[in-house]
Design a protein around this ligand. Structure first.
Ligand SMILES: [Zn+2]
Ligand SMILES: [Zn+2]
Length: 176
């Protein structure tokens, strides 16, 4: 996973807005985890960073658009991303307390405290994605029998197959 470390000491006390539009922040994990997401409109994060004594506070937003498979028909569903987030980065003095990789560190004395921003940008992007994306609200999906994309027209299967009561009746006829 890509990491982007920022030094807090470079921030003015009143805070500073930064833009991160390095696509590899998102494209990296998409490739790494072989996710079926295609960036359709460049993703960009606009983050206001306010330095704190042991870290910083971030108010950010991520915008852009991605395509992912429709939950019903598997065709591309375009999803607009507009995700706001707040994150607090505070240096954890007790590094032995947990085994998750810290996102605040002191790399060396000259750079001072640094925060890792790429992780939160990926997490917030994932949170912004719908659980069941649809290519369109009234997507008809695929036929459960033959797999045809019903948005492109009807298939040869009988509608009655969708209703188990009719299926039972048909079987009775067949069995006679
Ligand atoms: Zn669909
Ligand atoms: Zn069918």
């Amino acid at each position: 996973m890509k990491q982007l470390w920022l030094a807090i000491k470079d921030l003015p006390p009143e805070g500073k807005e930064i833009i991160i539009n390095d696509q590899s922040v998102w494209q990296g994990p998409i490739d790494e985890f072989a996710l079926p997401y295609t960036i359709k409109e460049e993703l960009a994060a606009c983050i206001f960073l306010i330095p704190q004594e042991q870290g910083c506070i971030a108010h950010g937003s991520i915008t852009g658009a991605v395509a992912l498979p429709c939950n019903r028909c598997t065709q591309n569903a375009l999803v607009r991303i507009n995700q706001n987030f707040d994150e607090v980065f505070i240096l954890d003095e007790d590094l032995s307390s947990d085994d998750t990789e810290p996102n605040v560190r002191i790399a060396n004395e000259s750079t001072g405290i640094e925060i890792e921003i790429a992780g939160v940008l990926w997490e917030e992007f994932v949170i912004a994605l719908p659980v069941k994306p649809l290519c369109k609200e009234d997507c008809k999906g695929l036929c459960a029998e033959c797999g045809k994309d019903l948005n492109t027209g009807k298939c040869e299967c009988e509608d009655s197959t969708l209703d188990p009561r009719f299926a039972v009746l048909r079987n009775l006829k067949v069995n006679k």
